[in-house]
Design a protein. Structure first.
Ligand code: ACO
Length: 759
């Protein structure tokens, strides 16, 4: 099959087609092909509508044609809803008629293992200059053009939220939910198997679409994670993007993969990648809808000084607590607060933030205070809480709020929490109808304000260029080629360290001694105290194998340690290839960290950081970033681990050299991007010394990709987390959950078995 360059028809023709052919438009009401035509017609689409069916007649008021090719009209969009075996010929029919975009509703392709057939459809479409949305989707909606080419609900509520859904069933359900929740949509695009058009292209379009203020993406997996990150970094500066990514649990990830045939990458990497790109990840549908609602108001925060206004002390406290959880800063200029609200708040209320009007002051005072808070310069956003009481006229109040906001032409970020009974629900509906971000719980009002604040911070983050890594690539490749020529995919520790030294990391003095005499000689040269480690491509976990001896103070101690190590190891691993021992300078005490990298199926090379020992083994307190990263990201990575206080001088220790860690992380991230032969690496430990003293690569491992693959191998990030060390018993871990313990013990046993097998 000829490889055709991906065509680039104007995406406007997908959302605003001049004519639509519906191939498989059915004469029978209730069939998918019939419902699609009915939805297109009932939503008032004004372009040409052309049902295609082998039988002549009229379908939902429109003449049926036997093929697209014969129709004398500008048809930009072809919707295909015929059984899978007829899809290819239908695409060709559309192609001959000059159609630009194909929406394939039909199932029966990649999601059921027929990936080759799916690729063939794309090739055929491209050969006619067409692009495909789907297959296995429910269609497309664009409300500004009255287009509803789906078999979902007919009565979509117009608005400014763009919804992109990988899941069909959920997408349809979300369409329904937006109607009930009174959330207006500009567009809904179903992506399904993403054979051709994907999130990136659609996001790029919606970012430029004046009718879309916020985008909500439901995603199960992506094969083009790096493209998404690169694009999103720019898009989110203008258009906030909320993402729901399913498949975060191991079981969920499996379900996602079988559902659409897509790859579900490691969830930790997704989490980090979204954060890097400025995508706001919501963990529930409710949360996503709440956030989208506030973004849909179009409010753009200018700062982070937030005010809480309330008519009830209790909800005020709840909201204050929630502010801490959702990183919302409360303004605490008490003089200013008193100046603004002193005349409105009763004596028994409070002019501290939250401003507590109490239930007795009534709706007039509530509105007066709301108006004052929206007008006051120093408040960048307002969270207004309202508890319905016996005197409340909450429905009337909602109307008055809408009038007030219109009169002030308010653009200040504002979220409401209305708490109460039936009347409150009516009031909330009215507020939603009028595009006000109102919720029925203080936490939701705060969480939504928090999302707005996070978005603001992300848009203000300066774009920092990455560092250009200056290293002798040839030397690195020589080391790799040498290992490959010996049939090794695992570099020796000395080789790995040479590479790290080459990219500018600080490696303790180290020499490979091939025999006993060299070992003594090199120990003298390096100077005591020293460390010796076994050098063998077959022994990866050296500590467990008894292949490391630390703090050897004299020549005699070295002599003794060498002889014991060699006799133990040759007895235990008789088949292991032994290259000698590595003689190392002893690194002063510091904090042991771990730096690693792997290749994620969705995002490619990723870098990992955490503290060593139990922090990584038991607590799994590590963070990932998609490589490459710059210094700012590297610093934020260091701060993101839960145990970061241990690096910042906790328990009377000196602050460690954070800058040196960040520098090492940026260099490693560049290395793995520039040398795709590296599948995985870890420096464990990389000892962080006191501030100004740097950090040292104490132990290092680099695994190469399989010889035949020129790109990164696909490894899960969890493989970076080292196995339990042998000197910790199951009992030592009793404070950890039983499941964690079992996993560790199992992991440890597996690692030993592997080594035994490799003997
Ligand atoms: N050209 C034009 N019309 C054709 C052709 C053709 N080559 N072949 C068949 N047709 C007509 C049929 O005659 C029929 O019309 P009629 O009812 O008037 O006789 C119509 O097209 C439909 O064909 P059927 O064989 O009746 O197929 P059916 O409607 O049962 O199913 C469908 C077609 C819906 C595409 C099905 O094969 C399918 O893939 N279903 C799954 C769809 C889906 O769920 N997609 C994912 C959405 S997202 C989610 O998960 C909700």
């Amino acid at each position: 099959m000829v490889n055709v360059v991906k065509p680039k028809p104007d995406l406007n023709l997908l959302f605003k087609p001049r004519g639509i052919a519906i191939v498989g438009a059915s004469h029978t009401e209730g069939k998918i092909g019939h419902t699609i035509v009915a939805n297109i017609v009932s939503n008032g689409y004004s372009g040409g509508i052309y049902p295609i069916n082998p039988r002549p007649g009229v379908i939902v008021g429109h003449k049926a044609f036997q093929s697209v090719e014969g129709i004398q009209a500008d048809i930009d969009l072809g919707i295909i809803s015929v059984p899978a075996r007829f899809v290819k010929e239908s695409i060709e029919d559309c192609g001959r008629a000059g159609v630009k975009f194909i929406v394939i509703i039909s199932s029966g392709f990649g999601e059921v293992g027929k990936a080759a057939l799916e690729r063939e459809l794309v090739t055929v479409a491209h050969s006619y200059g067409m692009r495909i949305l789907g297959p296995n989707i429910f269609g497309i909606v664009y409300t500004p053009f009255n287009l509803n080419a789906t078999f979902g609900p007919a009565d979509i509520r117009p608005g400014n939220v763009g919804l992109i859904s990988q899941s069909g069933a959920l997408g349809i359900a979300l369409m329904g939910k937006t109607i009930v929740d009174k959330l207006g949509l500009s567009t809904i695009v179903s992506l399904g198997n993403k054979s051709d058009l994907n999130e990136e292209e659609l996001l790029e379009y919606l970012d430029k679409d004046p009718n879309t203020k916020v985008v909500l993406i439901y995603m199960e997996g992506t094969k083009t994670g790096r493209d998404l990150i690169a694009l999103a970094r720019d898009v989110v500066k203008r258009t906030p993007v909320v993402v729901i990514k399913s498949g975060s649990s191991k079981r969920g990830a499996k379900a996602a993969a079988s559902h659409t045939g897509s790859l579900a990458g490691s969830d930790r990497v997704f989490e980090s990648a979204f954060e890097q790109a400025g995508l706001l990840r919501a963990h529930t549908l409710e949360e996503a809808f709440n956030w989208v609602r506030v973004f849909a108001t179009g409010a753009i925060p200018k700062g982070d000084r937030i005010l809480i206004l309330t008519d009830g002390g209790g909800v005020g406290v709840m909201a204050t607590d929630a502010c801490e959880r959702h990183e919302v800063e409360l303004i605490s200029d008490y003089q200013y607060l008193n100046d603004v609200f002193g005349g409105i708040v009763p004596e028994f209320g409070s002019t501290k933030n939250p401003i507590d009007l109490t239930g007795q002051r009534g709706d007039d005072a509530y509105l007066e205070a709301l108006e004052a808070s929206l007008k006051a310069e120093k408040f960048d956003g307002v969270i207004a809480l309202y508890c319905e009481n016996a005197q409340s006229k909450v429905v009337e109040l909602s109307g008055r709020i809408i009038e007030l906001l219109a009169r002030l032409d308010n653009s200040k970020p504002l979220t409401f929490a209305f708490i109460g009974g039936k009347q409150t629900q009516v009031a909330l509906d009215i507020l939603h109808e009028n595009h006000v971000a109102a919720y029925d719980h203080p936490d939701e009002a705060v969480s939504s304000m928090g999302a707005l604040m996070r978005w603001m911070r992300m848009t203000q983050k300066p774009n920092q260029p990455g560092i250009a890594l200056d290293f002798n690539r040839e030397r690195v490749m020589d080391i790799i080629s040498n290992a490959r020529s010996q049939g090794r995919e695992q570099l020796l520790e000395t080789e790995a360290k040479s590479i790290f030294e080459e990219i500018g990391l600080s490696v303790p003095k180290s020499m490979l001694a091939r025999n006993f005499e060299e070992c003594l000689d090199f120990s003298d040269q390096i100077g005591y105290p020293i460390v010796i480690k076994i050098a063998s491509p077959d022994i990866i976990h050296k500590t467990e194998a008894g292949g490391i001896r630390l703090d050897l103070q004299t020549r005699a101690e070295v002599e003794n340690a060498y002889r014991t190590m060699m006799s133990n190891i040759t007895a235990r691993y008789p088949k292991a290839r032994i290259d000698g021992v590595v003689v190392n300078e002893l690194v002063p005490k510091g904090v042991e960290t771990i730096v690693g990298s792997t290749t994620d199926p969705s995002f490619g090379p990723v870098v990992m950081f955490g503290l060593g020992g139990i922090y990584v083994e038991v607590l799994k307190d590590v963070v990932f970033r998609v490589a490459p990263i710059n210094h700012t990201e590297a610093r934020s990575m260091v701060r993101s681990i839960h145990t970061f206080p241990l690096l910042y001088g906790a328990r009377g220790e000196k602050v460690k050299d954070i800058e040196a860690i960040a520098d090492a992380l940026t260099r490693i991230s560049q290395l793995i991007c520039e040398v795709p032969d590296i599948a995985e690496l870890d420096i464990n430990p990389m000892t962080a010394l006191d501030q100004g003293k740097g950090c040292k690569v104490v132990d290092a491992r680099i695994t190469l990709t399989h010889k035949e693959s020129s790109t990164h191998s696909h490894q899960n990030c969890d493989t970076l987390i080292p196995k339990e060390s042998s000197n910790r018993s199951h009992k030592d871990n009793e404070s950890v959950s039983e499941r964690e313990c079992d996993a560790f013990v199992q992991g440890y046993l597996n690692s030993l078995n592997l080594q035994e097998e490799g003997k």
